[in-house]
Design a binder for this molecule. Structure first.
Ligand SMILES: [Cu+2]
Length: 179
């Protein structure tokens, strides 16, 4: 009985600690989208961007999304983007902690407000939690499947749910062995 309770507690802890609470998709500027005249600093302020979330930029053909360095973000320089997107509907997966910077590449648009800095918090990342769970977890067949799911693509929400299921199955198996 005590072993079962301990196992259940472990299962709950694994799910809570190992999975980003729920992956969110943030539409940049909300209903305004990505265009001049919107205060994206105000939009971003207070939003709890986390690893596993995504940014969705919606814009027309006059605009673009350039991911740039902090310096280029500050200077509105579009000459050396890290990545550029022009598909008018751009989804950016937030895959690791840190600050990311985006501007529009059209002349004058960054100065007109099309600049965004997003600070992504990591919390306890799922891979680290899985790796530190020890050999018992790895001996179950649920865990490798979940790991390959989570690294396979940007479908973070779907794989996060599968990862949660995998962790839960692994923890239940562990609880059974401990009980
Ligand atoms: Cu623009």
């Amino acid at each position: 009985m005590a072993g079962t309770q301990r196992g259940l507690l472990l299962a709950i802890l694994l799910v809570v600690a190992g999975v980003p609470a729920s992956a969110k998709d943030y539409t940049v500027g909300d209903s305004s989208g990505w265009k001049p005249g919107v205060d994206y600093a105000a939009w971003a302020k207070g939003k709890p961007f986390s690893v596993g979330d995504t940014l969705s930029f919606q814009y027309d053909a006059a605009h673009s999304v350039l991911e740039v360095s902090e310096a280029d973000h500050g200077a509105c320089s579009a000459s050396n983007p890290l990545r550029s997107h022009r598909d008018q509907s751009t989804t950016i997966p937030l895959t690791k902690p840190g600050t990311r910077y985006f501007i529009c590449g059209a002349a004058g648009h960054c100065a007109a407000g099309m600049k965004l800095a997003v600070t992504v918090s990591g919390g306890d990342s799922a891979p680290a939690t899985t790796a530190s769970s020890g050999p018992t977890m790895r001996s179950t067949n649920a865990t490798p499947a979940a790991e390959s799911d989570s690294s396979a693509s940007g479908a973070a929400a779907a794989s996060g749910a599968r990862l949660a299921t995998g962790l839960l199955l692994g923890a239940v198996g562990l609880a059974a062995m401990m009980g």
